[in-house]
Design a protein around this ligand. Structure first.
Ligand code: GLP
Length: 244
């Protein structure tokens, strides 16, 4: 993996957005994997700015989002789909039929996961997967545990993850669904290139373990050590425990 450290979170956002804009310029039909969470908000703002300035054209790109809450409709204010509409899709020129999302209200959630995994394959696989990282080292909604599921699957959310996502549900962790659908670590690791964004002191410990620790299902992000093209974009705070 390569690690780039920037002074501020805004510098990280500018670097990642420029990286994505360059990838779109080099390959207009780019297949992008996208995350939610607080971390990518600044990157999406910068991508909107670059799009407005004519420097990021999504007209031929496809997008696949990492995950969605089970039982939450796309139109729900707490859904990841609503988050993406607000922060990116409504302000750039991605074709609506090339936006791919897991449907948390599908009647058969296992079949929905299989459908989504197949759609990624039909698109030729992910060219560029952007990731955040959960405070417990989760990626997408692949939670720490005894084992990981490789393909897109249903997940039971950790209590800490439900607390982390409470802001989307009126600040009340009890309102956060107990289940979600997520790309698997195998789905993610098949992306040609991975860009991981981490900012803030809160991520410093799990970034240290992700970069320096053993590869373990107890820290799903540690599997990124096995990827040939994983690029980490960190601010000084998130990288603070990497210095010797
Ligand atoms: C959620 C998402 C993850 C994201 C994580 C971190 O759990 N499913 O994809 O990386 O939040 O969120 P934040 O960036 O707010 O710390």
């Amino acid at each position: 993996m390569t690690i780039e450290v920037f002074d501020t979170a805004d510098d990280v956002a500018r670097a990642v957005a420029a990286r994505v804009a360059d990838a779109l310029a080099a390959r207009p039909s780019l297949v992008l994997g996208l995350p939610t969470g607080r971390t990518p908000i600044a990157t999406y703002a910068e991508l909107r700015r670059l799009h407005g300035a004519g420097r990021a054209d999504f007209s031929r790109a496809s997008t696949f989002n990492l995950d969605e809450f089970a039982g939450v409709a796309a139109s729900h204010p707490g859904s990841f789909r609503t988050f993406m509409n607000t922060h990116l899709f409504e302000s750039v020129n991605v074709a609506p039929d090339r936006i791919h999302f897991l449907n948390g209200t599908a009647p058969d959630l296992d079949a929905e996961c299989a459908r989504f995994e197949a759609e990624i394959g039909d698109a030729g696989g992910l060219d560029l997967q952007i990731l955040g990282i959960g405070g417990n080292g989760h990626i997408g909604f692949n939670e720490p545990g005894e084992e990981l599921v490789a393909a897109t699957h249903r997940v039971t959310l950790a209590d800490s993850t439900r607390r982390d996502n409470a802001a989307l549900f009126g600040g009340n962790p009890a309102q956060v669904p107990r289940e979600a659908l997520s790309m698997g670590m195998g789905t993610i690791l098949k992306a040609a290139t991975i860009l991981l964004i981490a900012t803030g002191e809160r991520k410093a410990h799990c970034i240290e373990r992700t970069v320096r620790g053993p590869v373990t299902t107890r820290l799903p992000a540690s599997f990124l050590q096995l990827h040939p093209r994983a690029e980490f974009y960190l601010d000084r705070a998130a990288a603070s425990r990497l210095r010797t």
